[in-house]
Design a protein around this ligand. Structure first.
Ligand SMILES: C[S@@+](CC[C@H](N)C(=O)[O-])C[C@H]1O[C@@H](n2cnc3c(N)ncnc32)[C@H](O)[C@@H]1O
Length: 284
């Protein structure tokens, strides 16, 4: 009898718990939305992006994953490994990982990342970025999306050899208050070759193009939605020098990169790493 009573009590308390958790879920979401809204409001330079985000959330809700399955199959069919791609570029010379070549710099950068109080987007295909800058002998490069600055670091390690310049566009993660830590893994001695524009791409890119109009290497790693990519790709491609190369990260999130290549008859190099894909197009 006591067991049955205990069981009944347990069922009724789990039901209460279930109702309780489900009542809190929308509340938590609401708090998150208010936090993000407030973060936008105190940063007037990001207001244009706020209006675009509201529009996207109402009218383009499926933009993040549009054509994902098709894109995944397309990437899987074409993909080669990072090592294979780099060895082809370097005419079969065995490549050395940049983490080994610049081990002291990477050791310090990892410590900085670990001591950073906010979480941001992780590193992409860093060896590929470095060797593409080497292959194109990049003097002027552009990237969208910085976060901790791992891709900036990889590009700068090559570009700084030619005293070139990396132009980066990044808006902070709103609600995470990470402004002070964007690009934190880039060491002081490389910063003279780096200009960081802290706006959404649609505001940063025109500002960057006023300073530099042609680039040897361009890396896209910011707004990953289908519409975001389809807006940026043709603009960036136009600014790429002949002989230069364009790289985009996480290209199987949706079919934007695939569609862009098919529409323009591009034969891209697809590189698989960490269960994701990066796409590279060379401008002949
Ligand atoms: C994946 S992280 C970049 C990682 C970096 N490229 C690396 O490999 O180390 C993406 C970054 O892009 C920023 N971002 C997202 N949408 C953006 C936009 N529309 N304009 C500018 N930056 C944006 C995010 O806040 C974040 O800092």
């Amino acid at each position: 009898m006591a067991e049955i009573r205990n069981l009944m009590n347990f069922i009724s308390s789990s039901k209460k718990l279930y109702i309780c958790v489900n009542q809190f879920k929308p509340m938590k979401q609401l708090i998150e939305i208010v936090k993000i809204l407030f973060a936008y409001l105190i940063r007037p330079h990001l207001w244009p992006e706020l209006f675009r985000k509201i529009y996207k959330n109402i009218f383009q809700r499926s933009s993040a994953t549009k054509g994902k399955v098709l894109a995944e199959n397309w990437c899987a069919e074409k993909a080669v490994s990072q090592q294979f791609a780099i060895e082809q570029l370097a005419e079969n010379k065995e490549f050395e990982k940049i983490e080994d070549r610049y081990s002291d710099i990477f050791k310090k950068a990892k410590e900085i990342e670990q001591n950073t109080p906010v979480k941001m987007g992780g590193a992409g295909a860093l060896d590929l970025i470095y060797y593409l800058c080497e292959y194109t002998q990049a003097e002027n490069a552009l990237e969208t999306g910085v976060a901790y600055g791992w891709s900036s670091l990889a590009a700068l390690l090559s570009i700084s050899k030619r005293n070139g310049m990396l132009y980066s566009s990044d808006m902070p993660y709103l609600g995470a208050d990470n402004d002070a830590f964007v690009g934190c893994v880039v060491p002081e001695n490389l910063r003279k070759n780096w200009k960081l524009f802290r706006y959404a791409d649609r505001e940063s890119l025109p500002k960057i193009f006023k300073e530099q109009n042609e680039f040897d290497f361009i890396h896209y790693d910011s707004d990953k939605t289908y519409n975001g990519r389809m807006w940026a790709y043709p603009i960036l491609w136009k600014k790429l020098k002949t002989g230069g190369c364009f790289m985009s990260d996480d290209i199987s999130d949706n079919s934007a990169f695939m569609d862009y290549c098919i529409q323009n008859n591009f034969e891209p190099l697809i590189v698989g790493f960490d269960g994701k894909y990066a796409g590279v197009i060379f401008k002949k």
